[in-house]
Design a protein around this ligand. Structure first.
Ligand SMILES: [Cu+2]
Length: 479
């Protein structure tokens, strides 16, 4: 192994040297038109940055310059103004964090929170962010999607030295853009982001155009690997993520998004998970994807959608008018991402006839229960015994029974004439709009014939294909 490593190191160093001696004056000549050389571009860029810094505007104010964004389960980072500069302070460090009732994790975050508090700015703001490192290793802060001088980009080793434990550094730049962005460490990324270090950045336009948004939400999506009964995320895990979160909360820990009927709503999503993109689906509405972390989508190019894919390392903002009252589910559509800890990595038991296995096992393990012979939906509802400090696979009591979802799941609550954005409770469906059991008269009226159930044991496998009496319409059997 050693000779190979040496070889590789030499090769890498040669490549590095190569790139170093290929200075600005010796930019590789490529055939075809060359409007700008590297040197010219570099100088122009530096000039632009200097001019940009000089062109900062007075600090934008909430209420006057923008309607503040709501961070469900989270907060906005406070600031003070010193000589026209917005001054912030982030402290990276360990956090005791509750994902949902029953599960507290020992994670890392900023200012005692994961995700860290949202930075809320206005186009033209000049900002100074102090970052104190209370972690046991170095860190940096990278401002994802922000256009800034190279020295402020926060990549350890490339644009700055890592911030040693106990030290405080200063980032300072002017923002000249608008939209939804993120911040996160660029040192030991796998560990630090896997431990929960991330946050959102919103930059409001100085002079907003287009329809005014009444309710504007920010949700950071991410994923964690926390084995049931433990509290520390396993950041070496690459595929078995069992806690999927919105603003670091798993349902039923996620706060609902409360909106008044008729209001225009924006929801901003960011994704700094390790491995998974999240297709977030909203029930009851069509929306448009109006912006990414690359900027606003031109109205002509805004696709109507009901699901928005939020890839790792990206933000997406959606907008719609909340004209339909109700409790509307909003969740990642990957089915494993609406499960909590107990739903993954188990043997497939669907259809297995377990006989008296549970009874026999309980002689050795009093709380034994085979998971999943009839499916997984009712496991938590049954009150299955689970390890201390863990959350089962499923959710919470709802107005019509058990909501058997966890993870990246929340509820958009749209209500007529509300005067407060406090959780209004569950939606009362108007009479005649609920799902009801079909009556014999209705079945008769519409000519619906119900087949007798197939003659197989409850948990068993049919010994022969189920009979299909001629009277049945085949497509009905899938309902
Ligand atoms: Cu997902």
């Amino acid at each position: 192994m050693a000779p190979h490593l040496t070889c590789f190191a030499r090769l890498a160093s040669l490549m590095l040297t190569g790139s170093l001696i290929m200075g600005a004056d010796e930019a590789p000549k490529v055939p075809g038109p060359q409007p700008v050389t590297v040197a010219e571009h570099g100088a122009a860029h530096a000039d632009a940055q200097a001019q940009a810094q000089a062109k900062s505007l007075p600090p934008g104010e909430p209420g006057k310059d923008y309607t503040p964004v709501v961070v469900p389960n989270g907060s906005t980072l406070p600031w003070k103004v010193v000589d026209g500069v917005k001054v912030f302070h982030l402290t990276a460090g360990p956090v005791q964090h509750e994902f949902a009732p029953g599960l507290v994790g020992t994670v890392w975050g900023y200012n005692g929170q994961s995700p860290g508090p949202m930075l809320e700015l206005v186009d033209g703001d000049h900002i100074r962010v102090y970052v104190t490192n209370r972690l046991p290793e170095k860190t940096t802060v990278h401002w994802h999607g922000i256009l800034l001088p190279n020295g402020q980009d926060g990549v350890s080793g490339l644009t700055q030295p890592g911030i040693p434990p106990g030290e405080t550094v200063k980032y300072e730049f002017t923002v000249h853009q608008q939209g939804t962005f993120m911040y996160h460490p660029h040192f030991d990324e796998m560990t630090q982001m896997g431990m929960g270090m991330m946050g959102m950045i919103v930059i409001h336009p100085r002079n907003p155009k287009g329809p005014k948004v009444a309710r504007d939400f920010s949700i950071m999506l991410t994923e964690w690997a926390i084995k049931a009964g433990t509290s520390r995320p396993d950041t070496n895990e690459m595929s078995e993520f069992n806690i999927l979160t919105m603003n670091s909360k798993a349902f039923p820990g996620t706060a609902p998004l409360v909106v008044k009927t008729g209001e225009r709503v924006r929801i901003r999503f960011g994704n700094l998970g390790a491995m998974d993109h999240h297709p977030v689906h909203l029930h009851g509405y069509q929306f448009r994807v109006v912006a990414t972390d690359g900027g606003d989508v031109d109205p002509a190019g805004q696709q109507p959608e009901t699901t928005v894919l939020v890839p790792v390392g990206s933000t997406r903002a959606i907008e719609f008018v909340a004209d339909a009252p109700g409790d509307w589910a909003m969740h990642c559509h990957m089915t494993h991402h609406v499960m909590n800890q107990m739903g993954h990595g188990l043997p497939n038991m669907v259809g297995v006839d377990t006989g008296d296995l549970d009874e026999q096992m309980r002689k050795l393990l009093p709380d034994y229960m085979t998971m999943g012979p009839t499916g997984m939906g009712e496991m938590a509802e049954m009150g299955m015994k689970i390890p201390e400090n863990s959350i089962a696979m499923v959710g919470a009591d709802g107005p019509h029974g058990y909501i058997d979802m966890g993870g990246m799941f929340t509820v958009l609550k749209v209500r007529d004439g509300i005067t407060s954005y406090e959780d209004p409770g569950w939606y009362a469906q108007p009479k005649g709009t609920e799902v009801v059991t079909a009556s014999p008269e209705e079945l008769k009226r519409d000519g619906i014939v119900i087949d007798p159930p197939p003659a197989v044991p409850a948990n068993g496998t049919p010994s022969a294909p189920a009979a299909t009496p001629g009277a049945a319409m085949p497509h009905e059997q899938h309902h």
